[in-house]
Design a protein around this ligand. Structure first.
Ligand code: A3P
Length: 296
């Protein structure tokens, strides 16, 4: 490890076969033992699938579109990240949750089988957001470049292989999206797609509203769509992760609010990589049909 780097770039340690950053893996027993309140809401995603966007939409829905109320604190304070245990000032998810009263909006990147059982025993509502594999990977690649707690991404070509083999933090994208998909009916999980949010955000905001048994006016829906546009969230210090110091998130390498588009993968894949990736994708995804778009 490079000098001065010792606090960061945590290695990945497998927990039941899923590689997790050491700060999470070493604390996994307490995470697994977490017992939510039945009123708590879980937002689950593979990293970079649109978590922060969804967290903002939900906070605004709960606060009836009140922008000021949703600027009371940065995203990870308003909506704790269950398994994270990062260097200050990023709060530990479990510590924050201890201090907060339910109902809480709890973020996780854990695959379904590693989510504390209490969420299902207590019949908590859960929203899963999935993003097409290629854009998800491009976004994660840039995030791993700037996030000094995650392992170095290395060159793009090697990164594609690591993604395909499930060697990145939180493991296999394929297993992740399939794991929640097959459980969604039994567990009453609302399964959303990033591409749908981009195509028709108002429709998705309404879908979330109905799932949460909330009711806001059409005007408020429109306001939420506006407040959660990529541009507005990028400029919102309480939503753009500028709360994290540059030693941890180096936004000069790549901003947290990077591009926010569908199809950016076309700027990255060589024709050879595309062919290899698509062939492998067919194999890995053939057992479960999930209606992803933007694959071609
Ligand atoms: P890109 O890197 O492709 O730009 P997460 O919150 O799960 O970490 O996901 C981050 C990704 O969601 C980034 O993707 C980020 O730009 C994008 N994103 C965040 N807020 C968004 C918004 N309001 N609209 C569209 N995309 C958004």
């Amino acid at each position: 490890e490079k000098a001065g780097n010792s606090l960061t770039r945590f290695p990945l340690i497998p927990i039941r076969g899923v590689p997790l950053m050491s700060i999470i893996a070493n604390n996994f027993d307490s995470i697994w033992a977490f017992n939510p309140d039945p009123s708590d809401l879980l937002i689950a995603t593979y990293p970079k699938a649109g978590t922060t966007w969804t967290q903002e939409i939900i906070d605004l829905l709960i606060n009836n579109g009140d922008a000021e109320a949703c600027r009371r604190a940065p995203t990870p304070v308003r909506s704790p990240f269950l398994e994270i245990h990062s260097p200050p000032p990023i709060p530990s998810g479990l510590d924050l949750l201890k201090k907060m009263d339910p109902p809480r909006i709890i973020k996780t990147h854990l695959p379904f089988q590693l989510v504390p059982q209490g969420f299902w025993e207590n019949k908590c509502k859960a929203i899963y957001v999935a993003r097409n594999a290629k854009d998800n990977m491009v976004s994660y690649y840039h995030f791993d470049r700037m996030n000094k707690t995650q392992p170095e991404p290395g060159p793009w070509d090697g990164y594609v292989h690591k993604f395909m083999q499930g060697q990145l933090g939180w493991g296999s994208w394929y297993d992740h999206v399939k794991g929640y998909w097959v459980e969604r009916e039994k567990r009453n999980i609302l399964y959303l797609f990033y591409e749908d949010m981009k195509e028709n955000p108002a429709r998705v905001v309404r879908t979330i509203m109905q799932y949460l048994d909330l009711s806001v006016s059409d005007e408020v829906i429109d306001r939420i769509v506006e407040l959660t546009s990529f541009k507005n969230m990028k400029d919102n210090p309480m939503a753009n992760y500028s709360c994290v110091p540059p030693e941890v998130f180096d936004m000069s390498i790549s901003p947290f609010m990077r591009k926010g588009e569908v199809g950016d993968w076309k700027n990255y894949f060589t024709p050879e990589q595309l062919k290899m990736f698509d062939e492998d994708y067919e194999k890995q995804m053939k057992d479960v049909h999930i209606p992803f778009r933007s694959l071609i």
